[in-house]
Design a protein around this ligand. Structure first.
Ligand code: BGC
Ligand code: BGC
Length: 628
């Protein structure tokens, strides 16, 4: 009985498709343009119609800075990106919509009308234009241990990004940074791959949705699991550095099954969650760059894990592999890379020429090219870009930075805070204090609390976007009649009951944040002077330090002098979340540090070994966190 039912449905679908095929024939509309047909069929139809040049074009992504709509249409490129800080002028929400529409209009005029897929780093919300909601960087989200919250954040990020016409984010970062010297530490949720896998899954499901129907919605976008793989395991925590594995890691099945595959759990989960793109890392394994590693890209990801989406290169990373420009292109493509990110000006031409020549002379097979193009087109069809999803729903612009979105960001800030020290119950006594002194360079600095990848690639200090600073949050959350005084340099604390000192790092991204030596991980001179000023003027005032930083810092020299210490990571625009937990009895500290917190520079493991846990001397172990 049951079987018969399914048979009937199958028959009806068959009839329906046959009818559609018939109608398409009669009306002469191309099959690939028919949104009722199965994606496989549409891809096959389109592929059949494409020239080699058009196929090669799909495999190239260019930066908006140097290739405008006419160039992209002329070359029939597959994708355009905004690198960090690459924004339209003026940098308003309306400009984004206008710019991307111009690209899509130009594409619609081409022979086959294949839309571009526009990608951007919405790594902590759409943080490229003043007024959007900026969430804590991943290190903070990892400390919340709240998977549902991460899913919600990814949903909002997708909505704010898609409202501006973009279809794709280069997030989530799946890294499990082993070494806080690495400048990208804050992009990782935690140091444990297995735990990150759950965050990655939640993030991807939030950003893309879970079904084809979800993918086609206006307010969802494609996610990218990045950067594949083991980028948090490089020697000395060096950005774009080398990860050392046993020589036979590609052939030793026991090692592959027992050590390598478990370390790649976030990728396995990402793929099982339907992630549409994966970005290989700038790093290498035993000297071989990931972009040219056939074993890692094709054998593991595509064959073993069954990845059906496409592999997008990192920013001109193909130029770092061995060989001449054309050899580089061939090596990467044959290793399994499907789309080249040609970020730097005019770097598209050698890739285009290299691919075209190689396909013509057989160094790249037509089968490989068709595979790459099919993967890219499949994602575009899945997202509905050939149908009504080509253009944004600009109605959602009014939701960008809305109160609802900021409320979620504020909740994330509250839950990401890690109370590391609470001597004499200082935090609970705050609510009875009438005179509160606030100091420190990160107390009233929106740019500093947002960190890198905010408005610009590196981020910067100052009033860079709209939100609430930590200081403003404190002013909002203290009881009526409480006197809050702020002095950035820490002068004038006499007569105050407590000093809340907001210290830490200033913004950086990628290798700019690498710590070559310990100075980078210790409090800088400005912070030390601020603390000195307070201690000199008012030796008995209790100090609570709020540390704003993209990673644990080396604070062992100072901590004994502090009564309280809170790791606030890089909280983003909603700094009042910090004051809410400090002053409001309704909230408690629930965060636990998702990174182990080394005591000294020498306690940092510069040669982490996959599958081995080394005992190190920590100031705080991973998952440490007090409540009030
Ligand atoms: C980064 C990626 C980023 C890309 C585009 C690269 O330098 O490594 O994480 O997605 O630039 O901005
Ligand atoms: C871009 C970033 C990119 C970086 C790579 C910068 O100019 O803005 O997006 O990640 O270059 O080097």
């Amino acid at each position: 009985m049951k079987r018969r039912k399914i048979g009937n449905i199958g028959y009806v679908i068959f009839l329906f498709i046959t009818l559609l095929l018939f109608v398409s024939q009669v009306t002469d509309a191309a099959l690939y343009e028919n949104s009722y047909l199965p994606i496989k069929l549409r891809v096959a139809d389109l592929l059949k119609k494409m020239t080699i040049e058009e196929k090669v074009g799909q495999c190239i992504q260019v930066e908006r800075n140097y290739r405008g709509p006419a160039d992209v249409a002329n070359m029939q490129y597959g994708s355009v990106l905004s690198g960090g800080g690459s924004v339209p002028t003026p940098n308003t929400f309306e400009s984004w919509v206008k710019m991307i529409n111009e690209y899509q209009n130009a594409m619609a005029q081409t022979r086959l009308g294949i839309p571009i897929i526009y990608g951007i780093d919405s790594v902590h919300g759409f943080a490229h234009t003043r007024g959007s909601t900026i969430f804590p960087h991943n290190i903070g989200l990892g400390s919340t241990r709240n998977i549902n919250l991460v899913r919600k954040i990814a949903e909002i990020t997708a909505l704010e990004t898609s409202a501006l016409g973009m279809h794709w984010s280069f997030s989530p970062c799946t890294a499990d940074p082993q070494n806080i010297r690495w400048g990208r530490s804050y992009e990782g949720f935690s140091q444990i791959a297995k735990i990150n896998a759950d965050y990655v899954e939640a993030y991807i499901k939030g950003m893309q949705g879970e079904t084809l129907r979800d993918y086609r919605k206006k307010n969802t976008i494609a996610a990218t699991a990045k950067h594949y793989a083991l980028e948090g395991w490089t020697l000395n925590g060096q950005n774009q550095g080398d990860t050392v594995l046993p020589d036979n890691y590609m052939t030793n099945e026991k090692y592959i099954n027992d050590v390598l595959i478990p370390a790649l759990e976030p990728y396995k989960k990402a793929i099982d969650s339907g992630v549409l793109a994966i970005m290989p890392s700038f790093t290498s394994i035993n000297g071989l760059k990931m972009h040219e590693n056939y074993f890692m890209l094709t054998e593991i990801l595509k064959n073993r894990f069954g990845f059906k989406g496409f592999l997008v290169g990192d920013w001109n990373a193909h130029e770092q592999v061995t060989g001449s420009a054309s050899e580089q292109v061939v090596r990467c493509f044959n290793a399994g890379l499907d789309m080249f990110m040609c970020g730097n000006p005019n770097t598209d031409t050698p890739v285009y020429d290299g691919l075209l020549d190689a396909v013509k002379n057989g160094t790249i097979s037509m089968e490989r090219l068709d595979d790459a193009v099919s993967r890219i087109l499949t994602v575009k069809f899945k997202l509905g870009l050939f149908d009504d999803n080509r253009y944004s729903d600009s109605n959602h612009i009014r939701d960008i930075g809305s109160k609802e979105h900021r409320d979620v960001a504020r909740q994330a800030v509250r839950e990401s805070l890690v109370l590391l020290k609470n001597e004499d119950d200082i935090v609970n006594r705050l609510k009875d204090m009438k005179h509160i002194f606030v100091a420190g360079k990160n107390a009233d600095d929106m740019g500093n609390q947002c960190g890198g990848w905010t408005i610009t690639w590196q981020g910067s200090s100052g009033n860079t976007t709209d939100g609430t600073t930590v200081l403003e949050g404190i002013r909002k959350n203290v009881q009526k009649g409480v006197n809050v005084k702020y002095n950035k340099e820490g002068n004038g604390s006499t007569g105050y009951d407590v000093a809340i000192v907001v210290l830490g790092e200033t913004p950086y991204a990628e290798g700019e944040g690498d710590a070559k030596d310990e100075t980078r991980l210790k409090l800088d001179q400005i912070d030390r002077e601020c603390l000195n000023n307070i201690e000199k003027e008012n030796p008995s005032i209790p100090i609570i330090v709020i540390l704003i930083s993209g990673r644990p810092m080396l604070i062992a020299d100072h901590i004994d002098k502090w009564k309280g210490l809170v790791a606030a990571w890089l909280p983003g625009t909603e700094g009042d979340g910090i004051a809410e937990v400090l002053f409001n009895e309704k909230y408690d500290f629930v965060g636990e540090t998702s990174f182990a917190w080394p005591k000294t520079f020498n306690d940092i493991d510069n040669m982490p070994e996959l599958g081995k846990v080394k005992k190190v001397n920590n100031l705080f172990d991973i998952w440490y966190g007090l409540s009030k």
